[in-house]
Design a protein around this ligand. Structure first.
Ligand SMILES: Nc1ncnc2c1ncn2[C@@H]1O[C@H](COP(=O)(O)OP(=O)(O)OP(=O)(O)O)[C@@H](O)[C@H]1O
Ligand SMILES: [Mg+2]
Length: 234
């Protein structure tokens, strides 16, 4: 994957991302870490094209992220799931596959069932999101993101709602997809997850990139910010 940020700024009522200029190439699984409020989700949303930055240029795999076609080539899993509430887990996926990918009903159903089963939801496919647990709904959202075969998947704390066994299953699935050439950018607070799955780590600190490099930076932080962060996370 190739990511290029040039003078990226973003503000809501206050400045959230400050003058990010950054480039990386050749990594497949990038983790964004940092304390709550440091701008991780905001950066992820901007990288995925969900949110337009206040200023600056953002390119992912040579696509300008403000191009609407780019949005269709990526998948996104939010901190809390955003499944359509009036559709079952199965319909949440088949709708997307039929409407945006031109799949037939049968193809969409087969594909949806494959990913729902992979995420251990084979017996929940006909339930509405409000009738499954938060963890199950979150897994449904992950299945939906995976099912469209996106070029890059953006995951915002994808395992925060999962128990350890399911976290393992989900990460295994992600690993398999990575072997197939899929690329990930994920936000996670779980350092074991980051160490195992990321090949590059970006540490956000108060709206800036405090430190970045291979996962080994976690064992040998160079900045006070990352040292402090690593001392506080399990
Ligand atoms: N829609 C919004 N409107 C106003 N302020 C926002 C909005 N979204 C985020 N912020 C603010 O921007 C800052 C960065 O938020 P962001 O969600 O990117 O942080 P984060 O690092 O993902 O935190 P967490 O680990 O808690 O998810 C925070 O101060 C937050 O309050
Ligand atoms: Mg966040």
């Amino acid at each position: 994957m190739k990511i290029e940020l040039q003078d990226l700024n973003h503000r809501y009522d206050v400045e959230v991302l400050r003058e990010l200029t950054f480039a990386l190439e050749g990594y497949k699984s990038i983790a964004i870490i940092g304390v709550s409020g440091s701008g991780k989700s905001t950066l992820l949303r901007i990288l995925s094209g969900l949110e337009r930055p206040t200023s600056g240029s953002v390119r992912v795999n040579d696509h300008d992220v403000s191009n609407p076609a780019y949005r269709k080539s990526v998948g996104f899993v939010f901190q809390s799931h955003n499944l359509f509430p009036h559709l079952t887990l199965l319909e949440n996926i088949t709708l997307v596959l039929e409407k945006t990918r031109g799949h037939t009903k049968k193809e969409a159903r087969d594909q949806a069932c494959r990913f729902l089963t992979m995420l251990h939801l084979g017996d929940q496919v006909h339930k509405l999101p409000r009738n499954v647990s938060g963890g199950q709904a979150q897994r449904g959202a992950i299945a939906r993101a995976l099912s469209v075969g996106p070029e890059v998947i953006f995951l915002d704390e994808p395992t925060s709602a999962l128990d350890p066994v399911l976290t393992y299953e989900v990460l295994n699935s992600i690993k398999e997809l990575r072997e197939l050439g899929m690329e990930f950018v994920l936000v996670s607070h779980v350092m074991t997850f980051v160490r195992d799955f990321a090949d590059y780590v970006v540490f956000m600190n108060a709206g800036e990139i405090g430190e970045h490099g291979p996962p080994s930076i976690l064992d040998n932080p160079q900045t006070e910010g990352l040292k402090d962060f690593m001392a506080k996370v399990p």
